[in-house]
Design a protein around this ligand. Structure first.
Ligand code: F6P
Length: 319
């Protein structure tokens, strides 16, 4: 391997820059050239390819977002798009690519590997919804951002003796909601993996909590359930308790990465280069059982993940 490409794909996540920086600097330390591919697979297909050196990534480890920009690219899901991508890599002398993104991005990496480009995937998403790993780049920052925001909503909720529904991101997965629900001591956590859509139970609980003197009632609702505004309206009408919905939205994707996100993303970025230098390809790096590990992409994509059962159980008993 002489030249390693690096790209970020899908939703951005804090810590992606730390991973890019580690890829660039570890590759240079091993005598390799590095090319940055801008705007994910879309940028690859448009040949938005830049030379990178140690200097290109200076002063980036603490920055949120991704200096390479990112995109979701439909064309790259087609065999024609993938073939074109592999040819562009060859044209630019890129013989390996580090792809930082989620499952969808790994599928692209899998196809490139089959077409002769060595690939390593790094789990980059705030959603934590990648089955082969207990950690994804950006999750830690996102839950800390959401947790601080929910604390703030709770202050005003208590002052006004309201019920507050706070919707957090996560696409179809409830990991962000579960972690925030526990960290914020929420009265209720609604997860797409678990919610029974029994709104009457929710209403009864709000009424009982008020009778028992609770000054607020915090419901952390996952994006996968959504409809927080209409839910708030129905709860207010049924309980007589003033209810407000707050959708945290994209603020959860921004901000300076936490120490954990910087250190894990850095380790994973360096490890991706080491694996490529050892001749490995079509692998995804994960963190499992306290260790950094790597899996075959096909194997990784076939794995399944649910929210942590025990954490969910205790969230119900600790209210
Ligand atoms: O995958 C990260 C994520 O932020 C999800 O939590 C959310 O569903 C989605 O991306 C939002 O995507 P967009 O930024 O395209 O609106």
């Amino acid at each position: 391997i002489n030249t390693i490409g690096v790209l970020t794909s899908g939703g951005d996540a804090p810590g992606m820059n730390a991973a890019i920086r580690a890829v660039v600097r570890q590759a240079i330390s091993k005598g390799k050239k590095v090319k940055g591919i801008k705007r994910g697979y879309a940028g690859l297909l448009n040949e938005e390819i830049i030379d990178m050196n140690g200097q290109s990534v200076s002063d980036t480890i603490s920055r949120g977002g991704t200096i390479l920009q990112t995109a979701r690219c439909m064309e790259f899901t087609t065999p024609e798009g993938q073939q074109k991508g592999a040819e562009i890599c060859k044209k630019h002398g890129i013989d390996a690519i580090v792809v930082i993104g989620g499952d969808g991005s790994f599928k692209g990496a899998q196809k490139l590997a089959a077409l002769g480009i060595n690939t390593i995937g790094l789990p980059g998403t705030i959603d934590l919804d990648i089955a082969c790993t207990d950690y994804t780049i950006g999750f830690d920052t996102a839950v800390n951002t959401a947790m601080e925001a929910i604390d703030k909503v709770r202050d005003t909720s208590t002052s006004h003796e309201r019920c507050s529904i706070i919707e957090v991101m996560g696409r179809g997965a409830g990991h962000i909601a579960l972690w925030c629900g526990l960290a914020n001591g929420a009265e209720e956590i609604l997860l797409p993996e678990k919610y029974d859509y029994d709104e009457q139970r929710l209403i009864d609980q709000v009424v009982n909590a008020r009778k028992n003197g609770k000054q607020h009632y915090i419901i952390v609702n996952a994006e996968g359930i959504g409809h927080s505004q209409s839910m708030a309206k129905r709860i207010e009408e049924a309980t007589g308790v003033e209810t407000r919905a707050t959708i945290l939205g994209h603020m959860q994707r921004g901000g300076s990465p936490t120490c954990k996100d910087r250190v894990y993303a850095t380790t994973m970025g360096a490890m991706a280069v080491d694996l490529l230098c050892e001749g490995k390809s079509n692998r995804v790096i994960g963190h499992k059982g306290g260790k950094f590990v790597d899996f075959d992409i096909d194997e990784a994509l076939a794995m399944k993940k649910d929210v942590d059962e025990y954490m969910y159980e205790i969230s119900k008993t600790l209210v």
